[in-house]
Every structure is written in structure tokens, then in C-alpha cells.
Write a protein that binds this ligand. Sequence first.
Ligand SMILES: Cc1cc2nc3c(=O)[nH]c(=O)nc-3n(C[C@H](O)[C@H](O)[C@H](O)COP(=O)(O)OP(=O)(O)OC[C@H]3O[C@@H](n4cnc5c(N)ncnc54)[C@H](O)[C@@H]3O)c2cc1C
Length: 462
Amino acid sequence: MTGSLRKVASLAFNKLSKPTTISSIHGVSFPSNAYSTQVNCSQEIPSKCDVCIIGGGAMGSSTAFWLKQHPAGRALNVIVIERDPKYTKASTVLSLGGIRQQFSNAENIQLSLFGSEFLKRIQELLGVPDQPEIDVQYKNSGYLFIATTPEGAETLHENHALQRTFDSKVELLTQKQLKSLYPFMNVDDVVLASIGTDNEGWFDPWSLLNGFKRKALHLETQYVTGEVVGFETKDYNDSISVGPTQLHIRDTNGNIKSMEFSQCVVAGGYDSGNISKLAGIGTGNGILSTSLPVEPKKRYVYYFNAPSLASLKSFPLMIDSCGAYVRPEGPPGNFLTGRSPEEVDEPSCENLDVDYSFFDTHIWPFIASRVPDFENLKIKSAWGGYYDYNTFDQNGVIGTHPAFTNFHFATGFSGHGIQQSPAVGRALMEIILDGSYKTIDLTRFGFERFVEGRKVLEKNIV
Ligand SMILES: Cc1cc2nc3c(=O)[nH]c(=O)nc-3n(C[C@H](O)[C@H](O)[C@H](O)COP(=O)(O)OP(=O)(O)OC[C@H]3O[C@@H](n4cnc5c(N)ncnc54)[C@H](O)[C@@H]3O)c2cc1C
């Protein structure tokens, strides 16, 4: 993996060659250039493009970057359509920014390891001449999993064995070892713990998004402001073919504009299920009767101060056996915390209002039992954000639609998408421009699994 990233780094530094005209990729022809590639950021909505990416969050912007740094992608008109350039409700900017190699399936481990490597070399990969350095504030402080039952400990053992096959830097900790590493923790009920000694911790998602976007713009991607509200569809008769090639965008003045495209990437976060439906996915026969099962699920993040921990030198991103997590944020003694609710307690997604009682009943007692200094904490603020939640199996949906050969997905990450965005953008580039996965085989994460009823299992969904 390091070798392949190194290759990419050299690509990123290569002087851009003069664009050549590419008329087709995998037999799908592209419309001719509709605008000068020198104009890369405009309120104008072009009438044609080669690749349209719906959603300019981490997934869409990563995909744009990777496509445009590929020699075969440089001449393509890549357009990112984003309805809200301030990203007020985008998951990317409301995320906790956690990254870990501690997953239970091979693909998730590899996706996140790639993400960590990418973050360590971000300036080399996303740097733009004469622009400030990117500082994603990657805190490589570890992600601590705690098991309080023999079954939980067994799962940590199994996951650890798999993680080590990918050269992950994960260590299992006995109760005693955990106490000596983090003396401020109550470990009485701990059976086993595991922590990454490298490639784990947290970073600033805003800075990563800005890095992707700035580099994508530098490589002559065009971002347009508008909302995709429909596609030109026909009766597809359940055959495998090119899907819709024209979409409709509501611009900032409320006018509807049409745009032709050859390839479409659905990276609309929690709205990806709705976007796909507009294209006829989930409304037809055969394969097209299967919907993309991605929808919003509201999650709260609380910011608090625990004054007695202000002098602490080291605190990991800790996830307790109940699912509550905590990590430091900002000045010493300040922390972020949250927890996914049980299904019966899922809050309404009508708005992003915060339920403070959820902290009192479902989080505080648990984190204070683990870290007694949290008894005396003070909540400073909180926010709500939507997971791009895959209701089928809570894993990413990556790759080409099985019926529409020009529709590709990068969505449904259910709480672990920001760390996987560097690798997923690259994967989309590979299938669009190279025709197959070259770095990580993500075939199992394809849309086909919904049609076949085959779940991708991941035990470590947070
Ligand atoms: C509270 C919280 C904590 C999280 N913590 C972590 C974590 O610790 N680690 C981790 O890896 N992940 C975490 N995640 C998940 C992660 O943030 C997401 O999986 C990831 O950011 C998804 O990126 P995205 O680009 O697909 O979606 P988004 O960032 O939501 O971007 C999608 C974009 O599409 C645009 N869009 C949608 N529909 C349309 C349309 N019709 N037309 C035009 N534009 C459209 C939206 O405006 C939006 O900007 C967390 C998420 C939340 C909410």
C-alpha cells in the first residue's frame, strides 16, 4: 500500500500535462468539452460534463481529486454538484473525525489503514503550490476498545488476529496493563482491551474536506452550486445498460437547469437513497426494484469540560463496551462524547436539535463509571449530525450499479466514512478509469449485495 501511495504522490507532483481529448472509457462515450477547463469554479451550470459527482462532501471531493490526478482523468470535465457550499448539515463537517484500524472485516481494515497513511502524507498528496499547508491535526493517540465480558474479549482476540494479518499496529491489553497505561480509568470490570499504537486516533474533518476540495479545484474540477432534483429516465426493461445520462439541477435562483453526463457518482451522504430513487433505482423491475438502503440517522456529539483532567498527558479515543465514546478536543481538560442509541430509541430526523437528556441518561453514567473524574464535568455545547446510514448492513456502498453501468456509489458509511474517504475516492477512480479495483478489492461492498440479500458483516460499528 505504501508503494502505491508513493506512486500517487509522484503523480500528484508531476506537472500537469496538456489535456488530451478522451472520447470514451469502457465503451461509454463522453460529450465534447462544454466549457474551458481553466474555469474551475462558477455559479454557471454547464450543459454537459463527463463525470458528474452528486455531493461535494468528503466522498465526492475525494473522488474528484483522485479522478483528476489520474493521467486518464485530467482531460475529463469533472463536475461536483453541491447544494450547500457551507456544508451546514453535511456529515463530513459534523463528524467526530475518528480513525481506527480496529474493524472486523478485511476491507474496512484496509480502507482505514489507507486513510491513515494518506493523512500522514497529506501535504505531499494534497498540497497546492503557493497555498498554506494543510493541517488536519491528526492525533495518532490510539483508539481504545474495552471488553467487559468473556464474549467481548473473545471478539477482541478474533479481530486482533485478523487486524495483524494486515500489519495493523494493534495491541491487546490486560486489565493491569490498561491501568498502568491510563491510571485515571476504573478497570474493575475490564476483561480485555485493545488499542492501536499507530494509525489510530482522530483528525479535523473540515481540514480534510478543504484539502480535497482545494486540490480538486487546482486540478480543474468544477464545483457548481445547486440541488439535483431529477433525472431524465425511460423504461429500462431490467436490462444491464447505460442508465440516465441527463439530470436536472435547481440552481441558487430556483431555476431548473439540465445537464448531460456520461458517468455519475452518487456521493450525496445521507440523501443518497433519495438521489438514487430520482434516477429510477428502486422504482423499476428486476434489479431496478432494489433501492439503495441509505437514509439519515441522527447522532449527538456533546462537548464538555472536566477540570480535574486538565493536566493529563495522554487520553485515547475510548469506546466502552456499552458503545459510549470519548476523546479529547481543544484545550486540555475538554472532551467530545457520544453514543449511538438502541434502535427503539432512534430520534426523529426532522431536524438536528440536540436532546440533552440523552447525555444524562445514556452517556454520563457510563463514562463517569469508567473515568471517575467525569463525575464533575460541565457540558459546554453539543451538536447533532446525520449518519449516512446503510440500513441493510451498516457498511459502505462502493462501486458500480449492477444494472446502470454509468452509476457509481460512494455512500452509506454509517459512522465510519470520514476515515475511509481517501481510499473510497481512489477506489471510485479505479473502477471509472481503470475498469477494476487496483488497490483494495471492494467487490463485496457493491450494490449487488442488496439484490442478492448478502450482508457484509462488521462487528465494530460505532
Ligand atoms: C456525529 C457524527 C460522527 C461521526 N463520526 C465519525 C468518525 O468518528 N469517523 C468516521 O470515519 N466517520 C464518522 N462519521 C461519518 C462520516 O462523517 C460520514 O460517513 C462521511 O462524512 C460521509 O461523507 P459524504 O461526503 O458521503 O457525506 P456528506 O458529508 O453528508 O456530504 C454529502 C453532500 O451531498 C450534498 N447533497 C446531498 N443531496 C444532494 C443533492 N440532491 N444535490 C446536490 N447536493 C446534494 C450535501 O449537501 C452534502 O454536502 C460521523 C458522522 C456523524 C454525523
